[in-house]
Ligand binder design. Structure first.
Ligand SMILES: Nc1ncnc2c1ncn2[C@@H]1O[C@H](COP(=O)(O)OP(=O)(O)O)[C@@H](O)[C@H]1O
Ligand SMILES: [Mg+2]
Length: 374
């Protein structure tokens, strides 16, 4: 996968910009608040169809303008392709997406076309914080290699919304609740089982790959540490049962049937994949409770590198790696280790360091007030 050229129009602080990239390492260099992360956001936007910084599309439209667009020329499997997205402040037609000139109406038809892996300082929270970032890690990674997964997720979220509404209204309208809850529970259990299986498989596959990267990323003193990744599903069953969709569906359905009063008291659906987690241990100890900053950084990086590796295994080529402010936070040992892992891949990194020593040639793109010059 190669990102060849990006054209921005009114995207954040960029007015009309055309940026070309090398096949190897590209460094976006500039002071703070100039537009480095904005460009990574634009590229990742094309990959996932949404921003990693905001859920409000209109925020990315340049102040005072009515629309923003990003057009990306890329190469995949030797074929030149293009994705263009135009976002408008007009509520009637918010977003228009085309892939090679053809209009796309469903996001699940687009995701997986241009594949990218993003790593930003916020990803450290994948290790330390609550489970939502770990679910997001699985969702983004699996969606890019299995578009049907995204379809299930979207279905699941819609069903969950409806089921929650029903629960919230149950005290006022018990009759409707009693008449329809089973219908929503059955649908939710069905999608939950599909999602659980995909997540369980992904975590099982990635565990060893992450552990390998972790060892190679680490400083010398930490080399004896072995990380372990365990899918913590929410069907209250043994881990290996998640590979069996029918059993999982049955168990979810039971949980969604047996605890109605508790759900009504809580005002929400208490069981389902929206409660999933990944348990991450280092030498048998939970990293959420017992890891240092350095360990968290290496682990988070290893998870992202593994995401790229699995993408390569399944899709035949590496995704584009986007590293936001990552190198500046690494000590020189880890920096060298990381560089060694990403040779022969296209990488776009941001940095405010003046003379970043990467010991390898790279294309430097100067970023200043929303303008990009190489
Ligand atoms: N919708 C917008 N319109 C115009 N400027 C914006 C918009 N959103 C963000 N900005 C500007 O973009 C800049 C931040 O860019 P960013 O890429 O995050 O900086 P950095 O180079 O530090 O990564 C800030 O100056 C901010 O005011
Ligand atoms: Mg930034």
């Amino acid at each position: 996968m190669l990102c060849k050229k990006v054209e921005l129009c009114n995207f954040r602080n960029a007015e009309n910009e055309v940026i070309e990239f090398d096949n190897g390492i590209n460094v976006l260099h500039g002071e703070n608040a100039q537009g480095k992360t904005n460009l990574l956001e634009a590229i990742y936007y094309v990959s996932l169809g949404k921003s990693f910084r905001t859920t409000h599309d209109t925020e990315i439209i340049r102040f005072g303008e009515e629309y923003a667009s990003v057009s990306l020329d890329y190469e995949s499997a030797g074929r030149e392709q293009n994705i263009t997205m135009r976002m408008s402040s007009n509520t009637k037609q918010r977003k228009v997406v085309t892939h090679n000139g053809v209009k796309i109406t469903k996001l699940s038809e687009l995701v997986g076309s241009f594949r990218a892996v993003l790593f930003s300082p916020d990803h450290l929270q994948m290790i330390k914080d609550g489970p939502s970032l770990r679910r997001n890690y699985m969702d983004v990674a699996i969606s890019q290699i299995r578009p049907m997964y995204l379809h299930s997720l979207q279905k699941y979220n819609k069903i969950l919304l409806n089921r929650n509404k029903l629960i919230k209204n149950a005290e006022e309208d018990r009759a409707t609740f009693d008449a329809t809850i089973d219908f929503w529970s059955a649908q939710l259990a069905h999608e939950a089982a599909i999602i659980s299986k995909a997540r369980a498989e992904y975590v099982a596959r990635s565990g060893e790959i992450i552990a390998d990267f972790y060892k190679r990323m680490c400083a010398r003193g930490e080399i004896d540490e072995t990380p372990e990744f365990i899918y913590a599903g929410s069907a209250k069953q043994d881990a290996e049962l998640y590979f069996d969709i029918e059993t999982t569906e049955k168990n979810f359905l039971r949980l969604l049937t047996d605890f109605h009063e508790r759900e009504i008291a809580a005002g929400a659906t208490l069981y389902g994949t929206h409660k999933d987690d990944i348990l991450i241990n280092l030498n048998g100890k939970n990293t959420r409770l017992y890891s240092s900053q350095g360990q968290q950084r290496s682990l988070a990086l290893a998870m992202k590198l593994a995401e790229g590796e699995i993408c390569k295994m399944d899709c035949g080529e590496y995704p584009v790696f986007l590293f936001d402010d990552v190198f500046s936070e690494l000590d020189s040992g880890r920096r060298k280790n990381l560089l060694r892992e990403i040779t022969d891949r296209q990488v776009i990194i941001t940095s405010c360091e003046n003379d970043m020593d990467l010991s390898v040639p790279y294309r430097r793109i100067e970023v200043s007030k929303g303008k990009y010059k190489s």
